[in-house]
Design a binder for this molecule. Structure first.
Ligand code: AMP
Ligand code: ZN
Length: 469
């Protein structure tokens, strides 16, 4: 398997640090709002990469953080007159719902910045002790970029240009910086902001340190893959490398993977530009499987333009697969038992060619666009060759192959496997009874089971209502 490494700017053979295991860290969202579909792109594409590696037999330890202390969260909290944690907890829950509906697998660990402050203080102290950081008069701690000889190795930027450009860009309060590229590790509290005790001042961490700390804590000092959107290459990931490698004395991550931007009218979709759709907006019009399929129709590194036409095309594409599987289910119900006949065996060999094609595409830096084409070819093959005269074994084999490849892409195409309305209602009934009997553990378990199937419960005055996410 080859992956494109931003560090070397080329495709490299993927060799994990430990045989059979992959450690992977994906920078997660800042939780002050519902996620937009641009934020969903790294979630979907790196979840697909994870699924493919798991399919190949790797045990993937997947960590993705929530940034829950940040200016935007604090601003929103002040506007609403609540604690910042009320805002961040609210949007973490909403984000998790969106991820479920997008069929993004739960991370092995989902750490939150505010729960890792102790580890951040420790790493900052190590950086000070090793002379990679300094404390300014007001208690701000800065990273000393000049002390890290390899600073700039990920972004391949001309640092001297950045430095001279940066001098005039110094904002007020940053005049204690020794170098324009130095960045904040810890900053003093301001009125109305959450803060923590530290050896330097009461304050809070800069943004970059959290990922260095969480990655080390949950995955170790050296990891296989670090990923995120391409806007994170500089300065976020560059700074993470500087922090981790200076503190630990080891190479931080072997492979750096970055997704291209999701654009709208060929402009970057972002909250600050106001040209965005939330995942929730899209869910009002489409099953979110369509959004997932849309994202996978392009290579993850390419820019992708969002448009109504492309979403319609994605809907039709996904429908083709779902309809084919439904048709195979129908044929299965009516097919005669028995092994695949000789001619069918030959056809199944031919069908394996599409699986090979799929694997080759995914082995080539997770080329989901070509992988999806291979699924379409398999679907066409199944539509042409399975009929009322086919054996059960043959139809089942074709169906299993389509479902397996779709599943690697995180696409649910066998609607028969979906939980039925009657089953949902029975579980809700059982949950009500468990609650009455004060068996909250069982009640929560049922809610989680349903949530895992994308069923959202709502307690209303008229009783429990449910909907599919
Ligand atoms: P943020 O909450 O802005 O830190 O973003 C969370 C993740 O979403 C990061 O990996 C970003 O790079 C990514 N991201 C944000 N906007 C877009 C976009 N328009 N297209 C693709 N990825 C994005
Ligand atoms: Zn990060």
């Amino acid at each position: 398997m080859k992956v494109f490494n931003t560090l070397s700017r080329q495709k490299e053979e993927f060799v994990p640090l430990q045989e059979g295991k992959v450690s992977m860290y994906v920078c997660g969202p800042t939780v002050y709002n519902l996620i937009h579909i641009g934020n969903a792109r790294p979630m979907i594409v790196f979840d697909t990469a994870r699924r493919y590696m798991e399919h190949k037999g790797y045990a993937v330890n997947y960590v993705s953080n929530f940034t829950d202390v940040d200016d935007k969260i604090i601003k929103k909290a002040n506007e609403e007159g609540v604690e910042p944690s009320v805002i961040s907890e609210r949007y973490i829950e909403e984000c998790k719902k969106d991820m479920k509906a997008l069929n993004v697998k739960e991370a092995t660990t989902h750490p939150k910045a505010t729960e890792e402050i102790g580890g951040m203080i420790d790493m900052i102290q190590t950086l000070i002790d090793k002379d990679h950081a300094y404390v300014a008069q007001d208690g701000t701690v800065y990273y000393k970029t000049r002390s890290f000889k390899e600073y700039g190795k990920l972004s391949h930027k001309n640092l001297d240009d950045l430095r001279s450009g940066g001098r005039s860009l110094l904002v007020s309060g940053e005049d204690q910086k020794q170098d324009p590229l130095d960045f904040v590790l810890w900053k003093p509290k301001k009125e109305g902001e959450p803060y923590w005790e530290s050896p330097w001042c009461e304050g809070r961490p800069g943004w970059h340190i959290e990922c260095s700390v969480m990655s080390k804590k949950y995955l170790g000092e050296e990891i296989d893959i670090h990923a995120g959107g391409e806007d994170l290459i500089f300065p976020h990931h560059e700074n993470e490398i500087a922090q981790s490698e200076a503190a630990n004395g080891k190479e931080f991550a072997k492979y750096w993977l970055h997704n291209g931007f999701l654009n709208i009218d060929n402009k970057k979709m972002s909250k600050s530009l106001g040209n965005f759709f939330t995942v929730r907006d899209i869910s009002e019009k489409y099953d979110l499987q369509v959004l997932r399929f849309f994202m996978l129709s392009a290579h993850y590194r390419s820019p992708l333009n969002f448009s109504a036409d492309l979403m319609e095309a994605a809907k039709n594409g996904l429908d083709r697969i779902v309809t084919s599987v439904a048709n195979l289910n129908y044929l299965l119900e009516n097919a005669a038992d028995g092994e695949a006949a000789e001619k069918e065996q030959t056809l199944l060999k031919e069908a394996e060619g599409y699986i090979t094609k799929f694997d080759e595409a995914m082995d080539d830096d997770f080329n989901t666009a070509d992988a999806v084409s291979a699924i379409f070819e398999l679907v066409k093959f199944a539509n042409t060759n399975a009929s009322g005269a086919s054996s059960k074994a043959f139809i089942q084999a074709l169906k299993d192959e389509i479902v397996m490849l779709s599943d690697i892409c995180g696409l649910i195409v066998d609607k028969k496997e979906e939980i039925l309305d009657t089953e949902i209602e029975a579980l809700i009934q059982e949950r009500q009874e468990a609650r009455k009997a004060k068996n909250f553990a069982r009640a929560d378990e049922i809610r989680d089971t349903l949530a895992a199937q994308g069923i959202i419960l709502e307690d209303t005055r008229e009783g429990v209502k449910w909907k599919r996410a």
